[in-house]
Design a protein around this ligand. Structure first.
Ligand code: NCD
Ligand code: ZN
Length: 344
């Protein structure tokens, strides 16, 4: 196949950031995605309906001329979140709330320190039909970083799913075979997003021959058997798995640092790289489900009208992008070849 046309896709997990940066990130996503689930881990985090509304307006203002791109907003859960916060957020159209264990990732310090007190909030979300999006890693010092996702499943996710069978839960940016197996065998209200980096890479790509900070994201890349499990499950076309880029920009000097930030900025190449992976897997017929159908169906939203077209053509992802503030950022897969290209 040398050309593929799919229904217009959505990105079910990304980070736009705020301020000036929106003039970079919003057009990058709006070039091919109709909607995106916008993560709330700003500084300060988006913890109430008013902040959701204001952030949504800032994003809309950064859309390119004529763009019909639609941000889907999320609420950042803390141990101070109340049932009233959930109800008010729902009233302004917030589709989901995000659970970050405190300290798990970028800008998560203010997040959830103790899980059990949030169960009444999950109950309210179940009642309101608001989805729960989970960064599924424990944060205990003594748990090895490569085991944190599995530990979260065993200790917390199993319990949340069993207690709230009607609550729709997205296990975000899964990285392990354990997560794949859990989601496959869970009830139909449990789904997962998968990023381009976790399909394309494993931890060797971050650590062999020198540390590669631009491949560092959280949850961290795992060993190749886990990468393989992610690749295998997307190739089956299972409707519980869908596209979530986790595109997460950090300026070049924040990544290339003695204590580098976690996150890969993939917005300019994500749909192309997913296509590249599905082609490698000989599963291009499964791309449209993953990118354009499964997420909308799971969220209970209509599938998009319109299509996008990609052609089989080599191109090199740029070495850097200059942000609106003048600082450089190194995009994900910089300088590397992608075998599929989006055309207008
Ligand atoms: C994300 C970020 O930078 O906001 N970083 C990342 O490595 N994925 C946060 C997150 O999704 O964990
Ligand atoms: Zn993320």
């Amino acid at each position: 196949m040398t050309q593929i046309k799919i229904q217009t896709p959505d990105d079910w997990h990304l980070h736009f950031r705020d301020g000036d940066m929106l003039n970079e990130t919003v057009p990058a996503t709006a070039r091919c995605f109709k909607r995106a689930i916008v993560m709330p881990n700003l500084v300060p985090p988006v913890t109430n309906a008013k902040m959701v509304e204001e952030y949504r307006h800032r994003i809309l203002a950064a859309r390119p001329e004529g763009s019909k791109f639609e941000p889907l907003m999320t609420l950042y859960l803390t141990n101070g979140t109340t049932r009233e916060d959930i109800i008010a957020a729902k009233q302004v159209g917030t589709v989901a709330a995000k659970l970050y264990p405190a300290g798990a990732t970028t800008n998560s310090d203010a997040a959830v320190k103790s899980l059990d007190p949030l169960f009444p909030i999950f109950e309210e979300m179940q009642k309101q039909g608001m989805l729960l999006l989970i960064h599924g890693e424990v944060t205990d010092d003594h748990i090895d970083i490569f085991d944190r996702e599995k530990e979260f499943i065993d200790r917390n996710l199993t319990r949340i799913v069993a207690t709230f069978p009607e609550l729709k839960i997205v296990f975000e940016h899964i990285t392990t075979k354990d997560a794949v197996d859990f989601v496959v065998s869970a009830n139909d209200n449990v789904a997962a997003t998968i990023t381009p980096q976790h399909l394309l890479l494993n931890r060797n790509d971050m650590l062999v021959g020198g540390i590669r900070p631009h491949n560092y994201c959280l949850p961290v890349l795992k060993r190749n058997i886990h990468q393989q499990a992610l690749r295998e499950v997307v190739a089956t076309g299972n409707k519980k798995f869908f596209l979530g880029t986790d595109s997460a920009p950090h300026e070049k000097d924040k990544k290339e640092s003695a204590c580098g930030c976690a996150g890969c900025y993939s917005a300019w190449s994500a749909i192309e790289l997913y296509t590249h992976v599905f082609d490698e897997l000989d599963a291009l017929d499964k791309l449209e489900g993953f990118a354009s159908h499964h997420g909308a169906d799971f969220y209970g939203l209509p599938r998009n009208h319109g299509t996008i077209t990609l052609v089989k053509e080599d191109w090199t992802i740029p070495e850097k992008i200059i942000l609106p503030n003048g600082n450089p950022i190194v995009p994900f897969f910089a300088g590397q070849n992608c075998t599929w290209k989006l055309i207008d």
